[in-house]
Design a protein around this ligand. Structure first.
Ligand code: TXA
Ligand code: MG
Length: 343
């Protein structure tokens, strides 16, 4: 299948690109589009055959449900059995935005494979002009997981989508780099108190300011079989080809680690803030300015993907503190590293 690559730029008239994308979607094809978090791989959420094409293109396990993207919060009542008060408050406060709410779905509305057979559905209104214009133009909910092949870092640029999806899907809408850079926070509001199934740009503190107590299991607690989970969180994720080792961003330690790994024959790629630019690493990719978690979250996946273009044999990734957005960053870094720290 040939993939059509269409640029949707606010400076050019993109009417025709949206018309083509809508046409593909209505014919049961898959279209990648940008959101404020990462690029999504979209199909009409009521079309089981189209949704199956998403799973095939991603090589995604069929027990991992997809997030459904909708144009506005008013539509939610058409898709769910009941809107709990906390859910309404979250929608009012954070939509459009990087928050997915898990709610009890109306039976037999979405295609069975969207929800992987669960009786709940994840819904969100993305905060991106291209995603919103596409949703308005098609006027149907779109199931869309991140547009990477399973296991790879999520795409934050159309180029990343092209690397993973060329000739696997019908169309890519290129709307430039995404902003947040990490996938949405997934909040289960079918339980009391609500549980964060995946940390993201909307932090625990931001949620608690609006709805009161929220449970955020630690990465350790996630391993407990009784902890509620997003089915996807059990799979390997975000991993470049070379092994990743985590290390705290202390200059001397990092320099020593680089020297030791090189002495052992490794070519080292270092992921760190700008202040490490002069290190002796063989390759250096930056997260941006020191102590800026927003720049770090926005740059992380691009940096992880950049390592795959080098012949580095090991990746040293500096960490951040687990507060605010740092919780989500560390969650993704731990997964990319398979929990391995430099020792
Ligand atoms: O920012 C995002 O959320 C991006 C953009 C494209 O919107 N999408 C995204 O989708 O990250 P995906 O499919 O890569 O991740 C969805 C996560 C998975 O961990 C999945 O298991 C969980 O949400 N999830 C989806 N529906 C669920 C449900 N009904 N119950 C529990 N977890 C669910
Ligand atoms: Mg994903």
């Amino acid at each position: 299948m040939e993939t059509k690559y269409l640029i949707v730029d606010k400076n050019v008239d993109s009417h025709d690109a949206y018309a083509q994308a809508v046409d593909f979607l209505n014919k049961g094809e898959v279209v990648a589009f940008p959101t404020e978090t990462v690029y999504g791989l979209g199909a009409v959420a009521t079309d089981e055959v189209a949704v199956q094409k998403i799973f095939a293109a991603k090589e995604r396990p069929s027990d991992n449900p997809l997030i459904v993207h909708i144009a506005n919060k008013e539509q939610v009542r058409d898709y769910v059995q009941h809107i709990p008060e906390v859910a309404q408050k979250c929608m009012d406060a954070f939509w459009p935005g990087p928050l997915t709410l898990i709610l009890r779905e109306k039976p037999n509305f979405f295609a069975e494979n969207v929800t992987a057979g669960l009786s709940t559905v994840g819904l969100r209104v993305p905060d991106h002009p291209v995603a919103l214009r596409l949703l308005a133009a098609i006027n149907k909910p779109l199931a869309a997981p991140s547009a990477n092949r399973s296991g790879k870092p999520s795409p934050t640029k159309a180029q990343h989508v092209a690397e993973d999806m060329t000739n696997r899907i019908s169309c890519i809408l290129d709307g430039g780099a995404t902003g947040v850079g990490l996938e949405s926070t997934v909040l289960d509001v079918t339980v009391t108190p609500p549980v964060i199934l995946r940390p993201g740009g909307v932090t625990k503190e931001m949620l608690e300011a609006v709805i009161g107590s929220v449970i955020q299991p630690t990465d350790k607690e996630q391993e407990n079989p009784n902890t509620p989970k997003a089915p996807g969180m059990k799979y390997t994720h975000y991993a470049p080809e070379a092994p990743v080792l985590l290390i705290e961003p202390e200059t001397e330690n990092v320099q020593q680690a680089i020297a030791q790994l090189q002495a052992a024959g490794h070519r080292v790629a270092l992921l760190a803030s700008e202040s490490f630019a002069e290190s002796e690493a063989n390759y250096f990719f930056t997260y941006g300015k020191d102590d800026n978690v927003d720049e770090m979250s926005s740059a992380l996946y691009d940096a992880l993907r950049a390592c795959d273009k080098t012949d580095a044999t090991i990746i040293l990734a500096t960490t951040t503190t687990r507060v605010g957005v740092g919780v989500a960053i560390m969650n993704r870094l731990e997964k990319a590293a398979g929990g391995q720290w430099y020792k």
